[in-house]
Write a protein of this length. Structure first.
Length: 415
């Protein structure tokens, strides 16, 4: 995707600070992070999901919080939008401790790229399709690689969870990452609130007079303010698949000197390649196998589950591909940006070739989302079928398998 092609289809973001970040290539072939106001295909997938929403009445009463001036204690940490919330929160925590790594480098070092299509695990009653590793894994992996000591805690009591947060923030003077539920976040448009208990924010300040907190949320363009009551609610959300129990995490200490990045980059790339290509064919749900498995299943969705349920499944895949903060094309563009930066850091120019290859694959994923949206909206012009989507997914799966096998051979020659 070119910078000039980053979509700006403003709709539900109007009047809010929420924006997407897409990774796109400029005229010189360099990746840049570009703000986007949204993309029509993912909006159409969202609208179909909203039609089925059991919380319509409750959602209709939701009010969007307007920004207020924050006047309390605040750690000296600038806000940077990011494509994905966990990457962005990790970046904030690292920067506070003097470690400034780009979002793609964090994602790549943590071997975040993956694919799963798991039919026996449901989210919102629909099979889980994911384009990255499990939530929480990125923080553990990147800090372990860099020799950083961390701590993660959960709680049974919201009050104790808030007290522990205050202790770290006000007494230890350290920023804290919190995993929260999306559904009750007051500064997010109602249309984008759903019962997903895996959003990450970084808490950096508190006004002790009002009880408000200052937070960095990668999905918005500036620092946000959230009340104590609202923060307690999103840390202990009422619904959703995964009970958060006030989960929070922070950095305890960093080494005096970071390890050399080159061997870490090669090790991380090898691990990603292993995740994507190592499974035998009978393990069909993950890696490149998972893409091919989805390619086979999607052709029969209408027969297996009926037209309406097939559309809902399709919308779910598009939302996970494009809406859940991916940087575009299910993190494939972000991984391309990582490979490009890795080539500069390691001096291995061949990595630029793989950057171009995964960029082309990312464009195919975007094409998949576009064609899926035509099916969702039942467009008579340029109408596509589930077989068309299956054919495209087969091409993508085969290309990803070949790319990661070739990439693995290349990095092994330097290890």
């Amino acid at each position: 995707m070119k910078v000039k092609d980053v979509p700006q289809d403003l709709k539900y973001y109007e009047g809010t600070h929420v924006r997407d970040v897409n990774y796109a290539v400029d005229d010189e072939g360099k990746y840049q992070a570009v703000l986007s106001d949204g993309w029509a295909p993912k909006t159409e997938a969202l609208e179909l999901a909203l039609e089925e929403d059991v919380d319509k009445e409750e959602r209709s009463r939701m009010k969007l919080q307007t920004q207020t001036d924050f006047k309390g204690f605040e750690l000296a940490l600038e806000h940077r939008p990011a494509a994905h919330c966990e990457n962005g929160t990790i970046s904030s925590l690292l920067r506070y401790h003097g470690i400034d790594l780009s979002e793609p480098m964090i994602f790549g070092l943590a071997s975040g790229l993956f694919f799963t299509h798991i039919t026996f695990i449901k989210m919102g009653g629909l099979p889980v399709t994911s384009f990255r590793t499990f939530p929480g894994v990125l923080f553990k992996r990147i800090t372990k690689l860099l020799g950083i000591k961390t701590k993660t805690r959960r709680f049974f009591s919201p009050e104790k969870a808030m007290q522990a947060l205050d202790h770290l923030l006000l007494e230890k003077k350290t920023p804290v990452g919190c995993v929260v539920g999306m559904y009750d976040l007051p500064y997010v448009p109602a249309e984008y609130r759903f019962r997903f208990n895996g959003h990450n924010i970084c808490v950096i300040g508190k006004d002790e007079e009002t009880g408000d907190y200052c937070v960095l949320d990668s999905n918005v363009t500036q620092k946000e303010t959230i009340s104590r009551d609202d923060l307690a609610v999103v840390r202990f959300p009422a619904g959703g698949v995964y009970p958060l129990m006030g989960q929070m995490y922070w950095i305890k200490s960093v080494p005096e000197q970071l390890p050399d990045l080159k061997p870490l980059i090669l090790k991380a790339i090898h691990k990603t390649c292993w995740y994507m290509t190592s499974q035998p064919k009978f393990i069909k749900y993950v890696g490149a196998n998972g893409i091919l498995y989805l390619s086979k299943r999607i052709r029969n969705w209408e027969t297996m589950m009926g037209k309406r349920k097939a559309l809902l499944n399709l919308a779910q895949v598009v939302r996970m591909l494009e809406e859940i903060g991916t940087g575009g094309a299910g993190f494939r563009f972000m991984y391309g940006a990582f490979l490009q930066e890795a080539a500069d850091v390691t001096g291995i120019n061949e990595l630029n070739d793989y950057c171009h290859r995964i960029t082309e694959i990312g464009d195919l994923w975007r094409d998949f989302a576009y064609k899926a949206s035509r099916i969702i909206k039942k467009r008579e012009k340029d109408q596509y079928t589930y077989n068309d989507l299956g054919d495209l997914l087969q091409i993508i799966g085969e290309k990803e398998h070949a790319l990661f096998q070739d990439l693995d051979r290349t990095v092994k020659s330097y290890m």
